[in-house]
Design a binder for this molecule. Structure first.
Ligand SMILES: Cc1cc2nc3c(=O)[nH]c(=O)nc-3n(C[C@H](O)[C@H](O)[C@H](O)COP(=O)(O)OP(=O)(O)OC[C@H]3O[C@@H](n4cnc5c(N)ncnc54)[C@H](O)[C@@H]3O)c2cc1C
Length: 374
């Protein structure tokens, strides 16, 4: 009997967790596993907010992780960018096509391409270029006295917190379109705590306003409402863009208006048996968090195996409670559990679980390095 091929596109937060879990479950005599990733390493995003700002601790040595320990000798890494998916008869698998023309056959396909972020987290593909990019952005931040953020979401708050921690003399201002930081998926009590803790750490806010300018002129930027702000550097953080262009090759109705992937509760794409999606690019109202992707993986793994055994996928993703832990420098932060009135936890607990190490242990554990910070 010929082996069935499982192909995973994207070795980031969700893809790596999927690979780890399916390799624990699958029979090597029956299946092959191929991970396709554009970069030669996994980038553990929660810790990048510090890595972007400082060379203290050389965080790139722990944040960028090769795939060898994750895959061992049970899976294969193919380095490259997928540009199209070509299906055969429904349920019969197909090929993923890479930019260099390589074709990889799949019987089951798992899509986890994540989001393209903005500077200073818009990493290039080669290890060498990533290293240079990190160095260049650290220098830009070091050279700027006044740094203005466009967008008041978690990434802006966390990067601003790191800048205040490592460069307490620099001025950081966040311009946010709403009356409080973050999106209104989080309750106001939490958003007020974020505002208060950030301000107490010296981060300034301009609320109910927008910043469209990305390059300062004469040391200033001007908001939509006409407020001039001192600025040597603008960091834009509007949530990124899903890396899903290549998935359109499955048909126009596969993606939502904003480029997210429509799935059934089984995380399989409607009308595309054997093609599953996990991670940031799923079309649902939830915020992107790795904790949820443990649940995605726990649904996708049995469903992929069911499909490969000629059965209907049964396991369903029923949603997750919104939880988030936000660092504001290494000793401050606020955590949120979206139950009841919205439970908030302060700096003492958040610094232990998030701010000090930015959860790097979790990322390293997934990649086979044990529960360590370095
Ligand atoms: C600054 C920041 C801090 C965060 N902090 C936390 C936190 O503290 N806790 C938490 O739970 N979550 C956190 N998150 C969210 C979490 O990191 C993401 O939700 C998670 O990494 C997304 O996983 P993913 O696999 O969907 O995408 P990604 O991790 O982005 O991985 C996608 C991978 O796919 C590859 N790829 C993309 N397109 C292609 C293609 N066409 N062909 C081949 N490869 C491709 C990319 O190179 C990348 O390796 C944070 C996110 C950010 C940006």
């Amino acid at each position: 009997m010929s082996k069935k091929d499982i192909v995973v596109v994207g070795g980031g937060g969700a893809g790596a967790m999927f690979v780890k879990e399916i390799l624990r479950k699958f029979d090597r005599a029956r299946y092959t596993l191929t991970l396709v990733n554009a970069r030669p390493c996994y980038i553990y995003l929660p810790t990048t907010v510090r890595m972007a700002v400082t060379d203290h601790g050389n965080l790139e040595d722990v944040v960028l992780m090769p795939f060898d320990r994750l895959l061992g000798d049970a899976g294969t890494l193919v380095l490259g960018t997928v540009v199209a998916i070509e299906k055969q008869t429904p349920g019969q698998g197909g090929d993923v096509v890479l930019r260099d023309g390589t074709r990889l056959h799949y019987d089951a396909l798992v899509l986890a391409p994540g989001t393209r972020l903005e500077n200073p987290l818009d990493y290039p593909d080669s290890r060498e270029d990533i290293q240079k990019y990190i160095g260049d952005w650290r220098q830009k931040i070091k050279d700027a006295e006044h740094i203005v953020f466009s967008g008041g979401g978690p990434t802006s708050v966390e990067i601003a917190g790191e800048i205040r921690e490592y460069f307490p003399d620099k001025h950081t201002t966040i311009v946010q379109s709403r009356s409080l930081p973050f999106n209104n998926i989080y309750r106001d009590n939490f958003r007020r705590r974020i505002l208060k803790e950030s301000q107490a750490f010296g981060i300034e806010f301009v609320l109910n306003d927008y910043l469209d300018e990305t390059v300062p002129k004469d040391g200033h930027v001007t908001t939509r409402k006409g407020q001039a702000l001192r600025a040597d550097l603008v960091i834009t953080s509007h949530g990124g863009h899903p890396n899903t262009e290549f998935i359109q090759s499955l048909g126009a109705d596969v993606l939502s208006k904003y480029g997210f992937v429509r799935t059934n509760p089984t995380l399989e794409l409607p009308d595309h048996p054997g093609v599953f999606c996990i991670g940031d690019v799923i079309d649902n109202p939830e915020r992107n968090r790795l904790g949820k992707y443990v649940k995605h993986v726990n649904v996708a793994v049995p469903n992929v195996l069911a499909r490969l055994n000629g059965k209907e996928p049964k396991k369903k993703y029923t949603g997750s409670i919104e939880t988030i832990a936000i660092s504001i420098g290494s000793e401050r932060g606020v955590s949120y559990i979206g139950i009841l009135w919205g439970i908030c936890l302060g700096s003492w607990i958040t610094s232990i679980f998030q701010s000090r190490h930015l959860a790097i242990q979790g990322g390293r554990w997934v990649m086979g390095y044990g529960w360590t910070t370095g």
